[in-house]
Design a protein around this ligand. Structure first.
Ligand code: FES
Ligand code: FES
Length: 176
């Protein structure tokens, strides 16, 4: 069955008709030509298809497009304004947080989402004193916190060390 949906993608209003079984990832990439989110596993296991969906990080290969009509979607490309890079994207470049770059858009969206989660006081599995949200200062995320909070994003190139460095710098830099 086909249905009409509306999405706001990187600030642009888009409308399309999709089969109700179409994933959000396929709607973006195959129908709208939005190729920043990447298809890695297509099973919710690698994180390369991550975008910010109404401000929260989400794996688009697991989302049905029809369930998100009216949603605001921000991809890694949409986080930056042309050559004016988002601080997290800038940190990835400055610290060589990418090799082939395939996982990078998902890593960047996930990092932006998780820094907002930490800023809101959401604990991770490794957070000490999780009952005390005041202990969750995203500017003090240590490497263990960053690794845990980013554990849904895999990198086949193994660029993890520099990814952690980039996110640590972005979390310390503020200016988001
Ligand atoms: S492509 Fe969506 S999680 Fe791997
Ligand atoms: S940089 Fe190649 S998969 Fe991560």
């Amino acid at each position: 069955m086909d249905t009409r949906i509306d999405l706001r993608v990187d600030g642009e209003q888009r409308s399309l008709t999709v089969d109700t079984r179409t994933t959000l990832l396929d709607a973006l990439r195959e129908r709208l030509g939005v190729t920043s989110p990447k298809k890695g596993c297509d099973h919710g296991q690698c994180g390369s298809c991550t975008v910010l969906l109404d401000g929260r990080r989400a794996t688009t290969c697991l989302a049905l497009a029809v369930a998100h009509t009216g949603s605001e979607i921000t991809t890694a490309a949409g986080l930056s304004d042309g050559d004016d890079l988002h601080p997290v994207a800038r940190a990835f470049l400055d610290h060589d947080g990418l090799q082939c770059g395939y996982c990078t858009p998902g890593q960047i969206c996930s990092a932006v989402g998780m820094l907002d989660e930490a800023k809101a006081g959401w604990p991770s599995l490794v957070t000490e004193h999780a009952e005390d949200s005041a202990a969750l200062d995203e500017s003090e995320l240590d490497d263990e916190e960053i690794r845990e909070r980013m554990s849904g994003n895999l990198c086949r190139c193994g660029a993890y060390t520099n990814i952690v460095t980039a996110i640590r710098e972005a979390s310390n830099g503020g200016n988001r």
